[in-house]
Ligand binder design. Structure first.
Ligand code: BES
Ligand code: MN
Ligand code: ZN
Length: 511
């Protein structure tokens, strides 16, 4: 991905020299537009081959054709765009997912995407270029595995060059878009790599180093501050510190700031990502099945880190801060215990009901810190917070919880814009009862019997967001996958990175 290049050649699609020409075909429209031109040049073979394969241009369909020197391409990949009358950004994305997956299976290093007719689709040439580049990069991702040649591994093929043929006269717009899409895909892939990294490597210190590296690569656009254990104690982030007590690795609060001088308005958007580098459950130890994927419990942190990197690289004029309260949750003689009472940074006391409900403890202090020291005017937290969210969403989407209807709808709209599926979940007042404690202001788990585990967790966080507009995204359903889904690979998905980038864009336009 790092080396993926984009060009926008102005040539005739039938003549362009390329190892794979990717041609979008509207449903039953082999005989109009770009596909028609290539079909004609190949003496009708393109449509003939498609018809043999039962390809009609539905979204998700692909067909491969060897044109035998009749056109400039060695191979032609027809991919369905769906009905022309229904063509929109979402159908383009779905079509590109299938097309780039097919291209990936052919192990090519260079492809050319023939022009797609955008008339009537409301997709600008810039957005088109961004979308092609973004999905090329997202699908090109290969997990950062540890397979070796000695073990029989053959090595990967990556797309190194993607030529995007622009609509007539729109080369500049498509190129500008492609540069944006490339940044977005890179940041999602960066999040995926961090989440896929084994927990013994991806420690709190590793996340801090990743943040420092991101800041140094931003050439001054992003500054980073690491708040270490002694300072955390002095300030009173005791809930966060308690979670890390049993770990051999010191906790660290990571703050990244992107404060462009041309930012519009006075908003400071704080992105808070759950950054538990391994969640064993602590003394309330998880079982084997529950623990297996817990290296991914810092996915929220990876998301906010990658998102702020992209927001700065895209030079979006909005003030953004990212927070990662990085720690590990381990059982040990020094571990925090059920029954402990913790005094949080916000001043509220919390009874520990369950050491496995650790995420909300780390986030409570991180959210309070963003408000007290970061000047946050709006907060989005992103967290693999509860297994319970899957009851509502399966592995398909994530849950949103907020304290103000207006801000919640803005975040949901940002997710919808990038086709990350997000649905608002109940925040009924009566659900907050689960967090009542006899001995403290709150307790950290309502217990399974109460039900609505994702909402009661959200209510716990809400107490720390106070009056600041806040949205909590529970991504435990989508951060890590057993199998490919949409643009996501198996393993870490980087889910939420694009939603946060879209939100920053929306902030820069609104304020
Ligand atoms: N990190 C887990 C949530 C999780 C579960 C993420 C599955 C990804 C996949 C979280 O810290 C946790 O353990 N939550 C408990 C809460 C309970 C103890 C109140 C849960 O979901 O069971
Ligand atoms: Mn847990
Ligand atoms: Zn957790």
């Amino acid at each position: 991905m790092a080396s993926m290049k984009f060009l926008t050649p102005q040539a005739s699609p039938a003549n362009v020299a390329t190892s794979l020409l990717m041609v979008g075909v509207f449903e039953n429209e082999f005989h109009t537009g770009v596909s028609h031109a290539i079909n004609t040049a190949s003496a009708g073979q393109l449509a003939a081959q498609a018809s043999v394969e039962g390809f009609t241009g539905k979204i998700g369909e692909t067909s491969i054709h060897f044109p035998n020197n009749l056109v400039g391409a060695k191979r032609v990949l027809s991919f369905g765009l769906g009905a022309k009358s229904a063509f929109n950004l979402s159908s383009l994305r779905e079509a590109l997912i299938a097309a780039f997956r097919k291209a990936k299976s052919l192990k090519v290093t260079e492809v050319t995407v023939a022009p797609v007719e955008l008339e009537g689709s409301q997709i600008s040439a810039e957005l088109y270029g961004a979308t092609v580049a973004e999905y090329a990069g997202l699908i090109d991702y290969v997990i950062n595995h540890h397979k070796t040649a000695a073990g029989g591994h053959q090595g990967e093929t990556h797309l190194e060059l993607v030529k995007i043929m622009p609509p007539p006269g729109k080369g500049t717009e498509v190129r500008r878009g492609a540069m944006m899409g490339r940044i977005i895909a890179q940041s999602v892939n960066n999040a995926r790599d961090l989440v896929n990294t084994p927990a013994s490597d991806c420690t709190p210190g590793h996340l801090a180093a990743a943040a420092v590296k991101l800041a140094s690569r931003s050439r001054g656009a992003i500054t980073v501050k690491l708040v270490k254990k002694a300072e955390l104690k002095r300030l009173g982030l005791n809930a966060f510190l308690a979670v890390g007590q049993g770990s051999a690795h010191d906790p660290v609060l990571i703050e990244l700031s992107y404060m462009p001088t041309n930012a519009a308005g006075s908003d400071v958007l704080a992105l808070v990502g759950k950054s538990v580098t391994f969640d064993s459950g602590g003394l309330d130890l998880k079982g084997a099945d529950g623990m297996r994927q817990m290296k991914g419990d810092m996915a929220g942190g990876a998301t906010v880190l990658s998102a702020i990197g992209a927001i700065a690289a895209l030079k979006i004029p909005v003030r953004v801060k990212a927070y990662m309260a990085a720690t590990e949750n381990m059982p040990d003689g020094k571990s925090y215990k059920p029954g402990d009472v913790l005094k949080t940074l916000a001043g509220l006391t919390v009874e520990v009901d369950n050491t496995d409900a650790e995420g909300r403890l780390t986030l409570a202090d991180a959210i309070a810190y963003a408000r007290q020291f970061g000047g946050a005017t709006h907060i989005v937290d992103v967290a693999t917070l509860t297994g319970a969210i899957r009851t509502a969403t399966a592995h398909v989407g994530a849950g949103a919880f907020g304290n103000t209807a207006e801000f919640t709808s803005r975040v949901i709209a940002a997710a919808a814009f990038c086709d990350e599926l997000l649905w608002e979940m109940p925040m009924w007042q009566a659900l907050s009862k689960a967090n009542e404690s006899r001995i403290a202001d709150l307790k950290n788990s309502g217990g399974a019997a109460f039900g609505a585990g994702s909402s009661t967790a959200a209510w716990f966080l809400r107490k720390f967001a106070g009056e600041t507009p806040w949205v909590h995204l529970d991504i435990a359903s989508v951060a890590f996958r057993d199998a490919e889904f949409g643009p996501d690979p198996a393993g870490a998905t980087g889910w939420g990175t694009r939603t946060l980038i879209s939100l920053a864009w929306e902030f820069s336009r609104k304020s």
